[in-house]
Ligand binder design. Sequence first.
Ligand SMILES: Cn1ncc2cc([C@H](O)c3cccc(CNC(=O)c4cc(-c5ccc(F)cc5)cc(O)c4O)c3)ccc21
Ligand SMILES: [Mg+2]
Length: 214
Amino acid sequence: FALLKNTRMLKAVQKNATKGDPESVISAIDYYCRHKEWAMNVGDEKGLILDSVLTEVNPSTALELGTYCGYSTVRIARLLSPGSKLITVEFNPAFAAVARQIIAYAGLQDKVTLVEGPSGDLIPKMKARFGIKSFDFVFLDHWKDRYVPDTKLLEDCGLVSEGSVLLADNVICPGAPEYLKYVRNSPRYESRYYKSNLEYTKVEDGLEKSVFLG
Ligand SMILES: Cn1ncc2cc([C@H](O)c3cccc(CNC(=O)c4cc(-c5ccc(F)cc5)cc(O)c4O)c3)ccc21
Ligand SMILES: [Mg+2]
C-alpha cells in the first residue's frame, strides 16, 4: 500500500503541476501530502530552510542521501547554478522509479544524477564513478541510523573538505541523537540547529547544519 502511495503522489503531480515548472511540482506534492496522504517529504516549512541554506552555499556539487519521491531533489536542483550537479542516492527501486519521473516532470533531469543502491556501497565509488573531488553540500534524509556511519565514510573517502556543509533532516522527529552528538561534539564541525516542524504537522522537528572545518 505504501508503495502505491508514491504512484498516487506521481499522478497528483502529473494532474496538478505544469511540466517543466519545478515550483508547481513542489506545490502539487505539498498540497497532496497536506490534504490527501501524508508522506515523508521534507515539506514546505523545512523546505524554506533547505532553500535558504542552499542559496547561501550555492554548491557546484551536491549530494542527497535518500531520494524517496524526489521532492527535496527538485527543491535542491531548482536552485543550483548552471553547470552545478546534484547526485541523489536511493536504494528502493520503487521509490527511485517514481523519483525519476517527478524529477523529469520538473524538467531538472539534466542537473540530477539518481544512483540506485545503498549509500554505504555508493559513497566509496563517488570519486571514481563521477569524478567528484568533494561535495560542497550534503543533504542527509535516509535512514537515521545511517547518518553517522555515512558522515564518517564521506570524511574517510575525502568527499568533504573545509567549508563543506552537511544539512540533516529529522534530527528531532524521528530523531538522530547519535548524529547530533557526533557533529556537535566533534572539533571538526561547526553545527547549528534550525527549529521547525515535522512536514505537514505541528510536531517539532528541525534541521542540523554542520560546516566541516577540515
Ligand atoms: C542506506 N540508504 N541509502 C539510500 C537510502 C534511501 C532510503 C529511502 O529513501 C528511505 C526509506 C525509508 C525511510 C527513509 C528515511 N526517512 C525517514 O525515516 C523519515 C521518517 C519520517 C517520519 C516522521 C514521523 C513519523 F510518524 C513517521 C515517519 C519523516 C521523515 O522526514 C523521514 O525522512 C529513507 C533508505 C536508506 C538508504
Ligand atoms: Mg526526512
